[in-house]
Design a protein around this ligand. Structure first.
Ligand SMILES: [Zn+2]
Length: 271
């Protein structure tokens, strides 16, 4: 059966950008009769917090987003590199950036495992933005030196194991989709459909994050916002007037990016 998912990372409270992506994921799934799964992406145990995960569930319910099943959090799952072409990389971030990484041509017996990403163009369709072509030029870390799985591998395996057939998420992840599709290919998995929501930027022009605390749903709720008010800000970006799955049309989702100011007003990003 078709399924979409809400997959919050409990290292920071949900902000308007998260609400936009999760709202779109929920509306899209409910529009087609797909199940909605909740999966806590707490792979990074150093930063994931149980109290934040609980607050995120509360924020999702406040938004009116429900789910049919909560699947196992990433911290309880096991991941293996079987079948994936990888090489070990001993570079620091700085040496990789400035000198380049040549580890794929060596046979290190230590270091992080990186995906030996097959090169060449990857074509896919984004349900909002249409046909896309990206050339993967990254070899992301799939497993750390200490055996801890990393997000790029975990999310692909989780979505496959959870039977997720539609992925709806923030537009900042659009370019990474090509590398993820390569992972689906080498693992022999069927990729989901993709829909990327507009990126929301803070007044400083940077992607909305913890540093823009005033756009956190917690802060907005404290300031007296209702869920209706949050949706009145977000729904136009999804091409909707009402919070109603029956009206949802992926092709009407805006491209962005948009800027959110301190009062929660949204405007198109100029330049
Ligand atoms: Zn390297």
């Amino acid at each position: 059966m078709a399924a979409g998912r809400l997959a919050p990372t409990p290292s920071g409270h949900l902000h308007l950008g998260n609400a936009l992506a999760f709202g779109a994921a929920w509306l899209s799934a409910r529009a087609s009769g797909a199940r909605v799964l909740l999966r806590v992406e707490d792979l990074d145990r150093g930063r994931a917090r149980d109290d934040v995960a609980a607050a995120q569930r509360d924020d999702l319910r406040w938004l009116g987003l429900d789910w049919d099943e909560e699947t196992a959090p990433q911290s309880e799952r096991r991941y293996a590199l079987d079948g994936i072409p990888v090489f070990r990389c001993v570079c620091t971030r700085a040496t990789r950036l400035y000198l380049g990484c040549f580890c794929r041509h060596k046979a290190h017996d230590r270091g992080h495992w990186r995906f030996d990403t097959p090169r060449g163009p990857v074509a896919f369709v984004d349900r909002a933005s249409g046909p896309q072509v990206f050339e993967p030029d990254e070899d992301p870390i799939l497993m750390r030196d200490d055996g801890e799985a990393a997000y790029p591998m975990a999310v692909v395996m989780d979505d496959h194991r959870d039977g997720v057939s539609e992925v709806v998420r923030g537009g900042d992840l659009l370019p990474a989709t090509a590398t993820q599709i390569r992972l689906y290919e080498v693992l022999g998995f069927t990729p989901p459909t993709w829909l990327h929501t507009p990126v929301l930027l803070g007044p400083d022009g940077k992607k909305l994050s913890k540093s823009h605390g005033s756009t956190e749903l917690r802060a907005l709720r404290t300031a007296g916002w209702t869920a209706d008010r949050a949706w009145s800000v977000l729904l136009p970006l999804l091409g909707l007037r009402h919070f109603d799955p029956g009206d949802f049309d992926a092709q009407k989702v805006c491209r962005g990016p948009f800027v959110v100011d301190e009062e929660g007003r949204v405007s198109p990003h100029s330049g």
